[in-house]
Design a protein around this ligand. Structure first.
Ligand SMILES: NC(=O)c1ccc[n+]([C@@H]2O[C@H](COP(=O)([O-])OP(=O)(O)OC[C@H]3O[C@@H](n4cnc5c(N)ncnc54)[C@H](O)[C@@H]3O)[C@@H](O)[C@H]2O)c1
Ligand SMILES: [Zn+2]
Length: 364
């Protein structure tokens, strides 16, 4: 199977390569430099040895592997401190490179480590979860969680390159595949056109059809790369990628993060589709339901408290204001809505009552 390369056109641009031979190609595309691997306790035992071998074979000075416990809890300040101290003890120098081999947790933490360790070392992103391949490894956002909230510490980084071998997904649990598909469905709805049509491949992809998986990854990366290139720092249009996430994050927070992100975003998209219908008269509810069913995702989040979700949304809004980002006064929230498939509108003001009705539609 061929290797495809998509360029993220920021300054400087970086390539995202997708294919079976990415480990062999990386050393060929980059000059050797001292390097370390950051990975987690699930991915490390499965895939780190092959990466270490590829780097050593290509003559890269290898300083070691840093493995963190798998899971979102590792995306915090304590693990960050542990990782940079381990890199310092291993002797990774300023001219070194960090390979972040794992899902979005390793990518977000590793990206922040690479941005800050020795005031910045080179970063190579090797996403191993579907979510990381289609979403988090592309676009340069990195983040750590605080007890006060998710992703409250972070930096924008530009990796040297991003490389994904879809074969790595062979060891990914099915529920994590669905998690990643939530973002694929989201982007297909935002993009419309051929990407939207390709969402019909989701059942084949879940059944293990490699060509279907690859097609969905490539569409997603191309779309995200295009959006990011136009608005790297999210001053405007990059906000469309938050479709389903305004209510999705509120549901996650109200569930104390016991709800998987993909499930929360799935219900969030259904809720936000009801607001879109009220605003624009286009009823995409059945379409959402069919796509989410095909991806193995729920259409609702039963048992969540609407008040808790609404107050989480208001806290999110305050944080946006504190960041100098887009927000509104009064009771209005800013939403991404769909005028139709392929026609997202961002920055739409939605008041508390309308948001509550949309939340109530998916928690019953
Ligand atoms: N930076 C961004 O733009 C961005 C975008 C979206 C999400 N995120 C972040 O990404 C994180 C979620 O990413 P995720 O869903 O990949 O979570 P994750 O990194 O926790 O991975 C999910 C699970 O799959 C395991 N795993 C990953 N690859 C595997 C493989 N090939 N084989 C077997 N197991 C594997 C992991 O060990 C983990 O248990 C969140 O912290 C979220 O905030 C960041
Ligand atoms: Zn998401």
């Amino acid at each position: 199977m061929a290797t495809d390369t998509i360029e993220v056109r920021v300054a400087p641009p970086y390539p995202v390569t997708v294919g079976e031979d990415v480990l062999r190609d990386i050393p060929a595309n980059l000059d050797p430099r001292p390097c370390a691997i950051l990975t987690d306790s699930n991915v490390g035992p499965l895939h780190a040895a092959a990466l270490e071998r590829a780097l050593r074979d290509a003559g890269w000075p290898f300083v070691g592997i840093v493995e963190i416990p798998a899971g979102e809890a590792s995306k915090g300040v304590a693990t960050y401190a542990d990782v940079v101290r381990r890199l310092a003890r291993m002797g990774l120098a300023r001219d070194g490179a960090l390979f972040a081999l794992g899902g979005g947790v390793v990518g977000d933490l590793g990206g922040f480590v690479a941005a800050t360790y020795m005031r910045g070392v080179d970063l190579v992103m090797l996403p191993t979860s579907l979510l990381a391949m289609v979403d988090s490894a592309v676009g340069g956002k990195t983040g750590l969680d605080l007890p006060e909230g998710k992703n409250l510490v972070g930096a924008f980084v530009r990796p040297l390159l991003v490389a994904a071998d879809p074969g790595w997904l062979g060891t990914l649990p099915e529920a994590e595949v669905s998690n990643g598909l939530a973002e694929v469905v989201k982007m297909g709805l935002l993009a419309g056109g051929r990407f939207f049509d390709a969402l019909g491949l989701i059942p084949a992809a879940r059944a293990g059809d490699a060509e279907a998986v690859r097609t969905l990854i490539l569409h997603s990366v191309r779309f995200k790369a295009e959006v990011v290139a136009g608005d790297e720092r999210e001053a405007g249009r990059r906000a469309i990628l938050n479709y389903g996430h305004t209510i999705g994050h509120a549901l996650e927070a109200a569930a104390d993060y016991a709800l998987p992100h993909g499930s929360a975003v799935a219900a969030g998209m259904v809720a936000e589709a009801t607001i879109s219908r009220a605003r624009f008269g286009t009823d995409l509810s059945d379409l959402h339901a069919d796509l989410l069913d095909s991806a193995g995702l729920p259409r609702s989040s039963p048992g969540i408290d609407a008040d808790a979700a609404l107050s989480a949304m208001s806290r999110d809004k305050k944080r946006l204001a504190a960041n100098g980002g887009t927000t509104t006064g009064g009771a209005n929230h800013r939403f991404v809505l769909l005028r139709d498939v392929g026609q997202p509108v961002y920055g739409v003001a939605v008041d508390d009552d309308e948001a509550r009705r949309a939340i109530e539609a998916v928690i019953g």
